[in-house]
Design a protein around this ligand. Structure first.
Ligand SMILES: *Cc1c(COP(=O)(O)O)cnc(C)c1O
Length: 513
């Protein structure tokens, strides 16, 4: 049996067309430019939540949640369980995403949800470890009885300014019938980021170091997606943050951390999330709509504040230029996943709850965004958004001050060191704690990266302390070891589409794909 939350549609479509979970995962983006979503969000009763789910392990909870969005006809129970277990076996913590409780002592109720215990020390591992296994699962099922030349393959191509690339590579390494090519600008990513990507020995992975800027790399990737002939030949796939399976796998830690913070009881809880493309935050929205009694979801942005401006004015407007901040993974002009949230808001606001009409409204907004760079929503829509969300904008200097302050005042553990993205969230959380002044509220601030990944900002904040040493206090042994491993780098002399395509052609045939 298939339930309404196991059938998907596009945010921009006003027809009846629906998609299966497999379509949605493999295709990534709808052909009309919209994002896939389940038009109906499944409901979980309070008895189930606090009687049953509150006691589950991370993996068992992930199973219960995903089961609601993926029909058994597509992935049977045993297979889904196996996929989940395998995906999270690569994490260094048995809790997968552990909660650092009361980091500033018992007064503030400030808990930090550590999402960085996966293979690349970044929150994107939670989603990409699962997505990689899912790609392989669907491909192997399609290819089961086919001869070599008819097997379906996926060539994943992406550009990275540092962080996403390594999480994608570690999610896809060694997967059958999948190859992965990640472009990055030569000399413009940190040595550690380069080591994390280029020391992976698997044959199906190739990093391309391109002479040029990150924007040039990104333009090449976009052009590859637009090259029909190349695309058909290689079946080019994307693993960027608009893939629905990434959102789905992130819902789990909202439930899990809520139960850890409250001891499995229903209490007042606010989540604060350092946001860029809104993928992490959107998973929290699903948790809330499914029935988890979250009091507020708080978006923390850096100086690239399109989301903060929207929540204050109802105007969604892209700025002309992206500001370079200490939290580069949040340096975005447009939050792609926000479109999904807007679709649900449009639906809620319609008398009949008509999904076709919601698609039409959403399509109009994004058409305006494309042609004029902005759109304004009705007051009712903005009020709807403010029911679930609040937002805070955090400056560069506040980011460094927060790292410094937390180092000084933290009690559990002493000298807790935040990465700059996490610091944006914690700064916003501390503002809320002061404004609310209510110790019946618990705060869960999401930590999206290990501080070792952003050495420059962390050192800038902490190097004046005599007691501080990056090598000793921050850098994990496992990452120290990378510097002595062999690097597999392919240099691309010019930022040129045809050159990159010919290299991918050549490398794929070497890989036997
Ligand atoms: C990707 C990323 C974010 C932003 O997450 P979104 O889902 O894009 O909002 C924040 N911090 C780090 C370290 C990231 O890698």
């Amino acid at each position: 049996m298939i339930t309404p939350s196991q059938v998907y549609r596009s945010t921009r479509s006003s027809d009846e067309k629906t998609y299966s979970f497999e379509d949605v995962v493999i295709q990534g983006l709808a052909t009309d430019g919209g994002l896939f979503l389940p038009p109906v969000i499944p409901q979980v009763s309070q008895e189930t939540l606090f009687g049953k789910w509150a006691k589950l392990s991370f993996q068992d909870l992930a199973f219960e949640i995903m089961r609601l969005y993926v029909s058994q006809d597509e992935i049977p129970d045993a297979d889904l369980k196996e996929l989940i277990t395998r995906s999270y076996s690569t994490f260094r913590s048995s809790k997968v995403t552990p909660l650092a409780k009361n980091v500033t002592g018992d007064k503030e109720n400030l808990h930090v949800l550590e999402l960085f215990h996966g293979p690349t020390y970044a929150f994107k591992d939670v989603a990409l470890q699962f997505l990689g296994n899912l790609f392989e699962y669907f491909l192997q099922r399609t290819n089961k009885d086919l001869p070599q030349e008819q097997r379906k393959k996926i060539t994943v191509v992406g550009a990275t300014s540092g962080d996403t690339g390594s999480a994608a590579i570690h999610g896809l390494r060694g997967k059958k019938d999948v190859s992965v090519f990640i472009l990055y600008p030569t000399g413009r990513i940190s040595p550690l980021q380069e080591e994390q990507m280029t020391t992976v020995p698997d044959k199906n992975v190739q990093t391309l170091s391109v002479k040029g800027t990150f924007d040039m790399c990104q333009d090449i990737v976009k052009a590859i997606f637009g090259d029909k002939e190349f695309n058909t030949r290689h079946n080019v796939g994307a693993v960027n943050s608009i893939n629905w399976a990434r959102i789905l796998s992130q819902i789990t830690y909202y439930f899990y951390s809520y139960f850890q913070a409250t001891g499995g009881k229903s209490e007042r809880v606010k989540f604060v999330v350092p946001s860029g493309n809104f993928g992490d935050m959107l998973a929290g929205y699903f948790a809330k709509k499914m029935g988890l009694p979250i009091e507020k979801l708080v978006i923390a942005t850096n100086e690239n504040d399109i989301l903060d401006r929207f929540l204050k004015t109802g105007l969604y407007e892209r700025s002309d230029e992206v500001a370079a901040t200490y939290s580069p993974a949040m340096d975005i002009l447009i939050s792609s996943n926000f479109e999904r949230f807007l679709w649900y808001l449009a639906l809620e606001n319609l008398a009949q709850g008509d999904a076709l009409k919601a698609g039409e409204i959403c399509n109009n907004w994004f058409h305006q965004l494309k042609t004029t760079g902005k759109f304004l929503v009705d007051k009712a829509i903005l009020e709807g958004a403010s029911k679930d969300f609040a937002s805070e904008r955090v400056s560069n200097s506040e980011t460094l001050d927060t790292i410094k302050n937390m180092y000084q005042v933290s009690e559990n553990p002493r000298h807790y060191i935040l990465d700059p993205h996490t610091a944006v969230g914690v700064c916003a959380t501390q503002r809320l704690i002061a404004a609310d002044n209510d110790n019946s509220i618990k705060y869960i601030s999401l930590s999206t990266a290990h501080p070792a990944k952003f050495a420059d900002a962390v050192n800038k904040a902490l190097s004046s302390f005599d007691s501080y040493s990056f090598e000793r206090d921050v850098l994990p042994e496992e990452l120290k070891k990378l510097s002595v491993l062999d690097k597999k780098i392919k240099l691309v002399e010019r930022a040129d589409l045809k050159l990159v395509e010919s290299i991918i052609d050549e490398e794929c045939s070497k890989m036997g794909l």
